[in-house]
Write a protein that binds this ligand. Structure first.
Ligand code: PAF
Length: 528
């Protein structure tokens, strides 16, 4: 591990590392970089971020900088725990490649900390008007400024932040989106001690007595989660539940208990889909925060990506493993086509098909979680209570489905039904614009991709397995490249990666490994 104190030194080392050959990156054109920005006093929470970054990147950079800009005049800047020797050991042992520990002058320049002489990044007022914002004026501006600088210095593919600082996370996600920064913000689950207290560098300020009392934060959130599970959706009730539990600890001072939307941070009166219930308290003189996300429906998983990246297999198997519904739009179009043929309607007759759709029921069932062997995994489908799983795969339907699916009225009607499934949540859907157009509210968006070369190689293997004539790799690569271009440029449902999608590069990964990665991401969303 290298220790760097200057911006130039860090950039130089990063360039050298990205060029150096390594077993991990063999065959891949560029090495990926993961950044974990910290203020030091590293603990189990940071360790879990480092571990995740190690799994997902070739090069891992940790920065340690106690950023004066994000501390108010009355806050603990001077006392903030600093222990570089221990932090360094922890990083070394956790497989960090570069440890960046700039001084204030190295990062902001000699004159830099004078607010009148410094360019700063101002987060949206709506996002700083709630939770910690009013109690820590200027704090999130300081965070946004230093994180923008770090992202611009390191230029990581991914930057990792814990969900304990949920407001910081929401603001940073918005920041990279609004400023079109090319790094992905990766939220990480809250690491907790055995009694539920979220790990934090400030926990070391607590006396032994306060430390054991601090478990009340998590207990209070769990009490609200239980009320929520029992059907309470009202902000007033949930907040009251948290307050009542917190008040069981004498001497604890509540700064706030609030319910907001997890992404926009807009205060919520009731939880329609999801709410972030967040608290800040003082125990002795130590300020502690914690939060929980309450969801009234299971998350939606949107999987987009270019042709040949394995979306359909992966989506079906992820749904099966998680017991979710695989929203098989192909099967929906086939069901409509089957009914069209049944009623002897011309596939081009938009009006008649629209009429037909107005009062027809299409039902899809989850894949049987027990039946791993069923291949290809088929969704069971019913039209007006009649099971059509097999007949919609007939040659007659196959030959007409494209014509029926091309009707704008059919697409609009089926989109409505897909949205109705979305309301209930707990679905996996794949395509090219699911995360951007169909379910922009999806909690987990995955962009599944593979290099053109890898997709051509897989296609060649498929052809061989089907005893089809071999096609030269270059020719397959050319047609995949052309298909990608057409898919990105076509007016209907063009291929788009949502800004908040997690890119899963499948070169060199087995289908199993890809599925496990997505299942883990889903579980992190659930446990957040
Ligand atoms: O969460 C933190 O430790 C800090 O706010 C951060 C993101 C490192 C910025 O100084």
């Amino acid at each position: 591990m290298q220790l760097l104190k200057t911006v130039e030194g860090l950039r130089c080392s990063l360039t050298q590392l990205s060029k150096a050959p390594s077993a991990v990156a063999l065959g891949s054109p560029e090495k990926s970089v993961g950044l974990i920005p910290t203020m030091g006093a590293l603990h189990a929470g940071h360790q879990s971020l480092i571990q995740k970054a190690n799994q997902e990147n070739d090069i891992v950079v940790v920065s340690i900088f106690v950023n004066p800009l994000q501390f108010g005049p009355q806050e603990d800047l001077a006392q903030y725990p600093r222990d570089l020797a221990t932090d360094r050991q922890l990083c070394e042992a956790s497989g960090v490649d570069l440890l960046f520990t700039p001084t204030s002058a190295a990062l902001y320049g000699e004159e830099g900390l004078n607010p009148a002489a410094l360019t700063q990044v101002v987060p949206p007022a709506q996002m700083t008007a709630v939770l910690c914002g009013p109690f820590r004026p200027g704090h999130f501006q300081g965070v946004a400024t230093v994180v923008t600088k770090l992202l611009s210095i390191v230029q990581p593919d991914r930057a990792y932040f814990g969900r304990k600082d949920a407001q910081q996370l929401a603001i940073l996600k918005r920041l990279v989106q609004d400023l079109n920064l090319p790094s992905q913000i990766v939220p990480c689950a809250i690491a907790r001690a055995a009694d539920g207290l979220a790990h934090s560098s400030r926990n070391q300020y607590l006396t032994a007595a306060a430390r054991s009392q601090a478990a009340v934060l998590y207990r209070s959130l769990q009490a609200a989660a239980a009320a929520f599970a029992a059907g309470d959706r009202s902000g007033t009730v949930l907040i009251h539940t948290v307050r009542a539990e917190l008040k069981t600890v004498p001497g604890l001072q509540i700064e706030y208990v609030e319910l907001v939307h997890p992404e926009t941070l807009v205060p919520l009166e009731t939880i329609e889909t999801a709410g972030l219930l967040a608290i800040a308290v003082y125990l002795d003189k130590t300020r502690l925060i914690d939060n929980i996300t309450l969801r009234s429906r299971l998350p939606i998983v949107a999987i987009d990506g270019p042709a040949g990246a394995g979306k359909s297999t992966v989506a079906r198997r992820v749904a099966q493993q998680l017991g979710l519904l695989y929203l098989d739009t192909g099967a929906m179009y086939r069901a409509v086509t089957w009914l069209t043929l049944q009623r002897e309607i011309e596939p081009q007759d938009q009006v008649a098909i629209a009429e037909l759709l107005a009062d027809c029921q299409i039902q899809l069932s989850s894949l049987d979680a027990g039946d791993e062997s069923a291949a290809p995994l088929q969704t069971r489908v019913w039209v007006n209570q009649q099971e059509v799983t097999q007949v919609i795969r007939s040659q007659a339907v196959t030959s007409q489905v494209s014509a029926v699916a091309a009707q704008p009225a059919v697409r609009a009607a089926l989109l409505k039904r897909q949205h109705a499934y979305g309301e209930k949540g707990g679905i996996v859907m794949e395509g090219r614009d699911i995360g951007t157009q169909v379910f922009p509210q999806a909690e987990l968006k995955v962009f599944l991709t593979a290099s053109v070369h890898e997709r051509a190689r897989r296609r060649q293997l498929d052809l061989k397995a089907q005893n089809q004539p071999t096609i030269a790799l270059e020719s397959l690569e050319r047609s995949i490249y052309e298909r990608d271009r057409q898919d990105s440029e076509r007016p209907v449902a063009p291929l788009r990666k949502a800004p908040d999608a997690i890119e899963v590069q499948t070169d060199g990964l087995s289908v199993e490994a890809v599925i496990q990665q997505i299942v883990q991401l889903y579980q992190e969303r659930l446990n957040a």
